[in-house]
Design a protein. Structure first.
Length: 178
């Protein structure tokens, strides 16, 4: 009731309406839209954790974060991938950020790749930036690329095609003779 009497007053209502109209015009667009959208990216879900007693056979793909503590036999694609000390991944790993504390058998592609002192990697690493701590074990090649996530997929078929052509021509007579 008290608020209705204030709204019905002609003096403040006119001043409030002008202020309210300018505020309301920008407030719903900026306040509701900006506040809502600004809070959505900040509310990041926690990483999906694959426990130590878990064995996964198959590929994993997410736009979020994954922390592997068990074993994965398959490829992994994620935003941030953390491989725990007791974890083993057999397959290709592709992520913006890769932190390796455990073992990976396969290719690693990432914008930022970090091998801690307990890391064991058997495979090639394609990266934009890399950090290898003292004590890390690594067998393979390291290649720096500006965009390892995109160009790695494009360069591999190009490299494989010329190598496959001589092998295919060699294999064709062998198949014909057999």
């Amino acid at each position: 009731m008290f608020s209705k009497s204030k709204i019905n007053e002609p003096g403040p209502k006119t001043a409030e309406n002008e202020n309210a109209k300018s505020s309301d015009t920008s407030a719903p667009a900026a306040g509701t839209g900006s506040d809502y959208k600004a809070s959505a990216p900040k509310a990041k879900p926690p990483a999906s954790t694959l426990s130590a007693d878990l064995l996964i056979t198959g590929n994993l793909k997410t736009t979020g974060d994954i922390q592997v503590e068990g074993q994965v036999e398959g490829d992994i694609r994620a935003h941030l991938l953390t491989v725990g000390e007791g974890a083993t991944v057999k397959g290709e790993v592709v992520a913006d950020d890769v932190v390796i504390n455990g073992r990976i058998i396969g290719r690693v592609r990432g914008l930022k790749v970090r091998l801690t002192s307990s890391a064991r990697v058997e495979g090639d690493i394609i990266h934009k930036t890399i950090a290898i701590e003292s004590g890390a074990h690594f067998e393979g090649s390291v290649q720096r690329q500006d965009d390892p996530l995109a160009t790695g997929a494009k360069k591999m078929p190009t490299t494989a095609a010329p190598a496959a052509t001589p092998a295919a021509s060699t294999a064709a007579p062998a198949k014909s003779k057999s």
